[in-house]
Design a protein around this ligand. Structure first.
Ligand code: NA7
Length: 535
């Protein structure tokens, strides 16, 4: 593969989401020659690709946005939890302020990346045979860039419209009056179900594991209220970006659940429920660490949820008596009407745990409960999260082996930013970072600044090659394993654990404390980039 001279840069960034755009803006200002490449045709990363009906962010205003005044000053949201189209418009607003597009190549999917030892450079190739080369490669592909389509028997025989939520056609799909089936009830499945129930001829939801969906408490927002709130934004964003991190106003009660008397405990949870969103994810300090404490929150959620579902025969499927996995150890979804739609005559649930899926047919889905005829099949089946964005491309390090081979016995990274044997490459929001426990824009700024400092360090010291130590990476994996052990995360088959993909090694892939994660990055830099080798 020969790089085209015109496509030669100091730095290539892959991915135009929060992380990639922040890097482009900052690295350009630092005087680097930098190019951002993006597989999609627009800005926003996951928000560009996840255009399924009902797609919406689960973080409330103003937590899910950049903290820079030049961006928030003239931007207002219409809802507390903004929808996908508004998020895409926000990314266009960012571009208007920072003028990023001239340095972005859209519709550019990198299919191969090779480190060329003789040059200390990465050579990249695209699906349409264009080439780039760069000294430093910044992978800002996030944790959810590789959609997962399960190997369902007969799937290729379905003759209706069939789409994965993250690859929804730009032209849309005719849904009104049609027989719609949704496989999967994670964040995406819940949102599609809410949106399509009122318009479908019939909607059938195929659930394997119940989601513990929390009340969103959505509401419209006025420009006037945001003008008032913005007076405090400098302080709000300072708090959001400081430990414990991620949210300006969502903090767990520092007490242990069972040390609080029952009446007060319920009052704390009721208050969080009323506030909505992630306020109710981790109410107390030990919610995710102690089984008895976790059960208290589960029972609260179960009773709240059952009260919403009039048909008591659905209670055991949607909100079981005993938790099938600890509360909060799979990513909770937020819902607005999800538990109400089951009261509609045109909505039914197939509980695949009770009535397993037999096969997809030409015109529907066959389960042990019978055959359901469908015109549209929605695959809300999630992602090969964290690692799929790397392992699905031909990504080769210094010795020519692929990153998939390097991770065959489990993922080892140095602090979730570097991979031993893959020199001159950094990952943002990648495996073994705090991704998904650290709000996207917060991580883009904080982990992002750390990467910018690292690159500056390389430039100031005339370094042309860096790598990371295997032993340090193994230590970080041990730290992650300790977190899986010390918390209840190890007890759930979640994508945090890599457990949603058959055959993928089970290990905790996201550090559940953004505070500790960012602290670990800081101390590495303070110790002259411990675990990195420079040449
Ligand atoms: P998720 O949260 O991974 O949800 C995927 C859903 O698909 C989940 O309910 C799965 O059930 C279900 N699934 C996966 N494979 C199958 C098969 N083979 N049969 C039946 N059901 C299946 O993905 P989302 O897109 O909803 O959300 C991803 C993240 O995006 C979200 O957490 C936010 O951070 C934004 P399971 O629970 O595995 O039994």
């Amino acid at each position: 593969m020969r790089p085209d001279a015109t496509n030669s840069f100091d730095i290539v960034i892959v991915g135009a989401g929060f992380n990639g755009l922040y890097q482009l803006h900052r690295l350009r200002a630092e005087g680097w020659s930098v190019r951002l490449v993006e597989a999609g045709s627009g800005l926003g990363g996951v928000w560009h690709h996840n255009r399924y009906p009902g797609a919406r962010v689960d973080c409330h205003v103003p937590n899910y946005e950049y903290s820079m005044e030049e961006i928030w000053r003239d931007w207002n949201w219409s809802e507390r939890f903004p929808g996908r189209d508004e998020l895409v418009a926000y990314f266009d607003h960012i571009d208007e302020v920072w003028n990023l597009r001239p340095d972005i190549d859209f519709d550019t999917a990198i299919t191969s990346a090779r480190f060329v030892e003789a040059e200390h450079r990465w050579h990249l190739a695209t699906d349409d045979d264009r080439h780039y080369d760069c000294r430093w490669l910044v992978m800002a592909t996030g944790f959810g860039s590789a959609p997962y389509v399960p190997d369902l028997p007969g799937l290729d025989r379905f003759e209706g419209d069939c789409h994965h939520t993250a690859r929804w056609p730009e032209s849309g799909v005719e849904l009104a009056g049609r027989r719609i089936g949704i496989i999967g009830t994670g964040a995406s499945g819940v949102q599609v179900a809410q949106e399509t129930a009122p318009i479908a001829g019939h909607l059938t939801i195929f659930q394997r594991t119940p989601v513990y969906a929390l009340a969103m408490q959505q509401r419209a927002m006025t420009v006037e209220e945001q003008a008032t709130a913005k007076l405090d934004y400098p302080e709000v964003f300072q708090v959001r970006n400081a430990p414990p991190g991620s949210f300006a106003d969502v903090h767990r009660d520092p007490r242990k659940t069972l040390e609080v008397d029952e009446a007060e405990r319920v009052a704390v949870m009721e208050d969080r429920w009323a506030k909505g969103g992630f306020h109710c994810w981790i109410p107390f300090s030990d919610t995710l660490g102690d089984e008895a404490a976790n059960r208290v929150v589960y029972d609260f959620w179960r009773d709240k949820t059952r009260a919403r579902i009039a048909d008591a025969s659905l209670h055991e499927s949607l909100a079981p008596t005993d938790p099938p996995y600890p509360f909060g150890t799979k990513r909770p979804s937020l819902e607005q009407t999800f538990y109400d739609i089951f009261d509609r005559d045109n909505v039914s649930l197939v509980d695949l745990k009770r009535d397993p899926l037999v096969s997809i047919t030409a015109n529907g889905v066959e389960s042990e409960a019978g055959h359901v005829e469908l015109d549209v099949l929605v695959l809300a089946t999630g992602f090969d999260a964290n690692t799929g964005g790397f392992t699905r491309m031909d990504f080769r390090g210094a010795d020519g082996s692929t990153i998939g081979e390097a991770w065959a016995d489990g993922v080892d990274t140095h602090l979730g930013v570097a991979v031993p044997g893959f020199p001159n490459m950094v990952m943002l929001y990648g495996p073994q970072s705090a991704a998904s426990f650290c709000n996207g824009p917060v991580c883009a700024e904080l982990q992002g600044e750390w990467v910018i400092d690292l690159l500056d360090h390389l430039r100031s010291n005339d370094v042309t090659r860096f790598d990371s130590d295997r032993s340090e990476a193994e230590d970080w994996s041990d730290t992650m394993a300790m977190w899986a052990e010390r918390t209840l995360f190890g007890k759930a088959n979640s994508w945090y654990m890599g457990a949603n993909i058959p055959g993928k090694r089970r290990q905790l892939l996201n550090m559940p404390s953004s505070d500790l994660y960012l602290g670990a990055l800081r101390s590495c830099a303070d110790e002259n980039y411990r675990g990195f080798t420079f040449g």
